[in-house]
Design a protein around this ligand. Structure first.
Ligand code: UDP
Ligand code: MG
Length: 309
């Protein structure tokens, strides 16, 4: 990278774009980002992560990399999912600033200068916030709103509503996020967990430039589930409450048997003991279960790369 003159506390920018069957968008997003980067006082690298596409996405990326030295490509060995693809891109990024955005141009690159201005003013993380979701179907809007409301309560994390993966962060933040080890990564939770000062830039989310959305309803639901499994103490709390409830019930039963003098000997005693120990078992289980990832598997596997020297 040759040095461009810069007054900023950072001199380079990585743009990370996850791509799953996006051959209709790759050329256009490269064009838009490149013309924008020319205006920025930063060295730019553009990282396309091919998340196991079955169309010509990788071919397009290789072609772009052969003519533009700012283009890098990371090809995952199969389709791992958007979160994993983003993580792969963050891991291969080298910029002082890193921005992640969707390949379909629903996160308009033209918002970038404003994000950089916010970083210049001191924010370590700058979120792109959709000021309206009017292009989304009503059901999707409903689920998104409920998802944020529930996830914020359950995790206690300040995950900003109406933000997706359109986010710019300083190197310090990226390094912190990359230190987290999650069984199923959920980047919105991970960025909220590491903290750092934040700012928001509002933008209008346009329709997809080309191609079909890759997020089916069941994939979105899976993401919501991952968010809970990775970041929420809700399941422990539920176990704990259930245990306390059963224990309390057992104690109440013993007391009422004592007060009302109902007793048929061994059977009843056995029932109390079983119920009481089941309640205690649930409470102990709630203490023992923890959030440690239950697998040592990496989040993704890289098959090949292009543009890295
Ligand atoms: N994506 C990916 N892997 C997947 C699914 C999606 O890398 O398994 C990428 C996709 O190519 C796009 C981004 O994630 O760049 C967001 O996907 P999409 O536009 O389908 O989602 P939505 O706009 O519905 O949030
Ligand atoms: Mg999209």
């Amino acid at each position: 990278m040759s040095q461009k003159g810069s007054r900023l506390p950072f001199s380079s920018l990585s743009v990370v774009v996850p791509c799953f069957n996006e051959d209709a968008n790759v050329i256009e997003i490269h064009r838009r980002i490149t013309s924008l980067c020319r205006e920025l006082p930063l060295e730019c690298e553009l990282i396309f992560v091919d998340d196991g596409s079955s169309d010509n996405t990788w071919k397009c990326i290789v072609e772009l990399a052969s003519t533009d030295s700012a283009v890098r490509g990371v090809r995952l060995s199969r389709n791992f999912g958007q979160q994993e693809a983003l993580l792969a891109g963050l891991e291969s990024s080298r910029g002082d600033l890193v921005v992640t955005l969707d390949a379909d141009l629903q996160d308009p690159p033209e918002v970038l200068p404003e994000m950089i201005t916010q970083a210049e003013k001191g924010a370590f993380v700058v979120y792109g916030r959709r000021n309206r979701r009017r292009h989304d179907p009503i059901l999707k809007r409903f689920f998104a709103a409920s998802f944020y409301a529930v996830i914020r309560r359950a995790t206690g994390l300040d995950i900003p509503a109406n933000t997706g993966e359109f986010r710019l962060a300083r190197r310090e933040v990226i390094n912190a996020v990359l230190r987290l080890r999650e069984g199923r990564p959920f980047l919105r939770g991970m960025f909220a967990w590491v903290g750092f000062t934040r700012a928001y830039v509002e933008y209008e989310r346009p329709e997809r430039f080309a191609g079909q959305p890759k997020f089916t309803f069941s994939r979105s639901l899976q993401l919501a589930l991952d968010a809970f499994v990775s970041f929420s103490a809700l399941k422990q709390r539920l176990l704990f409450l259930l245990g306390v409830f059963v224990l309390a019930f057992a104690v109440a039963a013993v007391l009422s048997a004592g007060i009302f003098g109902v007793s048929d000997g061994l059977n009843q005693a056995l029932f109390f003991v079983l119920l009481g120990s089941f309640g205690a078992y649930l409470v102990i289980l709630s203490f023992l279960s923890n959030d440690a990832p239950n697998s040592q598997r990496p989040n993704f596997i890289v098959q090949e790369t292009v543009g890295y020297s």
